[in-house]
Every structure is written in C-alpha cells, then in structure tokens.
Design a protein around this ligand. Structure first.
Ligand code: C2O
Ligand code: CU
Ligand code: CU
Length: 491
C-alpha cells in the first residue's frame, strides 16, 4: 500500500517577501525547493483521525494549538508534492497533514483555537457551518488576515451537533487546493449504534506526473472550478478500508474540492440511509441510491454492506451532469472496501427519533429577495476568462444587503446560468422552502445548497446573528471571481 509521508518544512524568511507576490499566482510557490529542518516523516492517518489535542484541563473548554505550515505529501508513489497543511502544535508529534487534524468537540463546549501562520502568505480560518460571532468567522470581512508568523485566537461555543469543516477564506481557490482543509465534528444528540464511524473528506487535485500540483490555470478551470486528475479520499488516492460484512457503519462526508461534485454509489446496489446533512441530523432519515455532494456540503449516512470475507468492492464516483456538457468519464472507484468476517451480532434497531429540526417560521406576505446568479463567457475573445455575478455585481465590488437582526427573510436564488452553483451562507442555517416553485418538505437545515442550472431555490433565513456574513458559490473559482456577496445584519 502506498505510504503517505508528510514532512513539515521550516519557514525560510527569505522566501516570505517573494511569496507575497507569488501568492497572487494560482498555486504559486511550488517552485520552492524543499529545505532544511525536516522532522521525521509520519504516516498519513488511518481512521480514527488524529484529533487536535485539548491543552486545557477544563472539560468545558477545548483549547487547541493549530499551525499552518509548508509541507510535502506523497500522492503519486515515490513522488513528493509540496503542499500547505495544518498541524497540531499542541501534540508532541504534531505532524502536518492533508486533510488537517480533526477538531473534535462536544456540543456546548467553548472552543479556543490558537492559530499560528507559518506560511509565507496571509491566511484566515473559516469554520464552515458553525454559528459563531461574526468577528470569529475568519473572512477578511470580519478580521485582519493573519500575516506570516502572525497569530490569532479564534473563540466560539459550539451550538449544533454535526460535521463541519475549516479552511482559509482568502485566495481560497489556491489555499484550499494546496491542502488547507480539515474536518470539524460536533458530537451530541442522538447517536445510532454502529460498528464504526468514519469521516471521509473528499477532494481532487490536478497534479503533474513528477509530483507538484499543476500551476497553470486554464479557462476551463475557472469555468467549472478546477477539477483534478486525481481523486482523494482523506488525502489519498488509494484509500482502502476493512469492512466487517453485514455490519452497520456511519459515514460522515464532506466535499472539500474546488469545483468537483461527487456523486457516490455503493457496491452491489446497496443504499445510503441519509440521517443528516449540513445542519445536523434530519427529522427522519431517507434512502438514497446515490449521494451527491457539491463543494462545501456534508452528508451523514448509515451504510450496511455485505461481501464474502476476503472479497473486495468499491465505492464509486459516478457522473452527475452539472452543466456545460462536462463529459462523463465513467464510474471511478474512490475507496476500496475489503470485506472481513463479521465482528458482532447483527446491527441493533435504529433509533425511533432523530434530529429535532425547528422549522423557520416565515410570516405571511414577505417579499423574497432576488439573487440572480449569472456567468459571462466572452467566446469572441480567445482565452478570455469567464466572469461570475450575483445581481450583475461582481465581488468585491458589490452592494451589501442589509437585514434586521431577528428578522426572517425569503431569498429566491435564481440560477440562470448553464451550470449548477452551490450556494453557501455563513453564520446561519437556512431552510429550503421551494425548488422551481415546488414546495419542499422540511427534513433538516442547510448552509450550502445546490442551485441547479436554469433553476431556482427559495430559502428561508432567520437573521439571528449580527454582523457581516458572506454568501457565495462554493465553487471557489466562482466565489473568488465575483459570485460572492454579503449581508449586514444590524439590530
Ligand atoms: Cu466553506 Cu465561505 O465557505
Ligand atoms: Cu462557510
Ligand atoms: Cu458557481
């Protein structure tokens, strides 16, 4: 099996100045030669995932030491890929890893993340999906970027059980692509009995045959969001799991790719039992033959797979038409499943109740806000870059929305473009009310929703947090090229 090696590199200060300008280039800095102080290599984790070390003895407080560093990983056998990675600086052997260490907290805990930036460029950390104070949201709207060798302590209390993730919120198409992303689990609430719980962070990278990430950005990368030539599950392209046949497992998934949608299919026609998504557990689970995840979205599923011990099967990524005639490359296995003998008795009964989902009460007679998503591709200019807009405005030159704290709003997101855009709102969950005018039953709350090409989605939003909150397409190239705005929620 391919061994995944990670080495944190020391930051060379001489590099910092040059890097500031290089950072303007997509995927810049991979020209940097590996250097000096290399700590011993470490293996990339098998589940259970390395968890950020709690350095505060108070059980009500989770204090962690997190660093962003330059590192190298091995994605192609025998080839080293320079990346940017998070590491647990509070652990004796806190290796840099891609994806980064799990921030694993209990609902109600107070979280303090002391973050040190050891990258040659500014960065921030955004806690995707977490409800927190706007000043802790980790966007340049709400905080000064953390400079090289600078630090910042993020503080928030976790309110909602579920799977979230953390990532930078500046030059994100480059910084996330380079490896800065990690899962965040908030434990609490109903906990179905399973043989094993796993977290799968999905990604893809465009990598050259000698190892480094490809720096060149083609118009196609901008149009669809950069799609990689290597699919990664938890940072590896050949991830294999042992699966006790007949057992029930809980899989929590997040799509951390720039642009790729993952559409997953289990072997032998097995179905996913979807028990939760972005906002936590659903009121009632539902079965799904395929599981579609746009960038930014999370799903929480139960699976029960069977196979003869000694045999293998695969989790496949199958085509989903997200627009612009993206060709179907055929099913791609992304995770090998090796069946092993059953471990225990058959799985116990499922819980009879799941999440408690508070519907968002929309007062009668509210006029929805219109948010129209458009793209512009000037075919007449060779090599022209596509542009993306919300209401004909291009972030950062946009007019902020304003809303009243405590108010409830309807947002009609109208995608007139020829491709899907996953719409994400910071700081609060929303409820999908209608799709193309067809009412949708409440299952759970979301923070990221696919607005399919030439379709619309109506969402209800309760403005229960003051401050400035971005919303954007989570295809990172689209967000960074205009398809982003923000709402100012004022008392
Ligand atoms: Cu995943 Cu604006 O964020
Ligand atoms: Cu977010
Ligand atoms: Cu988009």
């Amino acid at each position: 099996m391919l061994k995944w090696m990670v080495r944190a590199l020391g930051l060379r200060s001489s590099h910092a100045l040059a890097a500031a300008s290089i950072a303007l280039l997509l995927l810049g800095c991979s020209d940097a030669p590996p250097t000096t102080s290399e700590p011993p290599p470490s293996s990339q984790p098998e589940p259970p995932w390395p968890v950020l070390t709690d350095t505060d003895p108070d059980p009500a407080v989770m204090r962690v030491e997190l660093e962003a560093v330059e590192a190298q990983v091995e994605i192609l056998e025998g080839k080293s890929t320079p990346v940017w990675a998070y590491r647990d600086a509070g652990a004796p052997k806190g290796d840099a890893m891609v994806p980064g260490p799990l921030l694993d907290v209990e609902v109600g805990q107070r979280v303090q993340v002391h973050f040190v930036n050891r990258l040659p460029v500014e960065t921030t950390i955004h806690w995707h999906g977490i409800r927190l104070a706007a000043s802790m949201d980790g966007t340049p709207l709400s905080q000064m970027p953390v400079p090289p060798n600078g630090e910042f302590t993020y503080e928030f209390e976790v309110l909602d059980p579920g799977l979230y993730w953390y990532h930078p919120h500046m030059d994100s198409e480059m910084q996330i692509e380079r490896g800065l992303y990690a899962p965040l689990r908030v434990r609490g609430g109903v906990d179905p009995i399973v043989t094993r719980e796993r977290i799968f962070v999905l990604d893809d990278v465009k990598i050259s045959s000698d190892g480094p990430l490809v720096e060149e950005t083609l118009p196609m990368d901008l149009m669809m969001g950069r799609q990689g030539n290597v699919l990664l599950v938890n940072g590896r392209r050949d991830r294999t799991i042992d699966y006790a046949t007949g057992s029930r497992e809980r899989w929590r998934l997040v799509n951390a790719a720039n642009g790729r949608f993952f559409n997953l299919e289990l072997p032998s026609g097995a179905k996913f039992l979807v028990i939760g998504w972005d906002g936590g557990l659903l009121e009632q689970p539902y079965e799904a033959a395929t599981l579609l995840l746009a960038p930014g979205e999370r799903y929480d599923v139960l699976v029960t797979l069977e196979g003869d011990p000694g045999s293998s099967a695969a989790l496949q990524n199958v085509h989903y038409d997200r627009g612009h005639d993206l060709p179907d490359p055929g099913p791609k296995p992304i995770l090998d499943i090796d069946f092993v003998p059953p471990e225990a008795e058959p799985p116990p009964a499922l819980p009879s109740t799941w999440g408690e989902v508070e519907p968002i009460q929309v007062p009668a007679g509210i006029e929805p806000r219109e948010l129209v998503l458009t793209e512009n591709m000037d075919e007449t200019v060779p090599g022209a870059e596509p542009e993306f807009f919300i209401n004909d405005e291009k972030w950062p030159d946009h007019t902020p929305l304003t809303g009243v704290l405590g108010g409830t709003e309807l947002w009609h997101i109208d995608n007139v473009a020829e491709m899907d855009h996953p719409f994400h709102l910071h700081g609060m969950f929303f409820q999908v009310i209608e799709r193309d005018g067809v009412p949708e039953a409440l299952l759970g709350l979301k923070d990221t929703v696919i607005v399919p090409k030439e379709s619309s989605v109506l969402i209800a939003v309760k403005l229960d947090a003051p401050g400035a909150w971005p919303f954007h397409c989570h295809i990172l190239e689209h967000a960074e090229r205009g398809m982003m705005g923000h709402i100012e929620v004022v008392p």
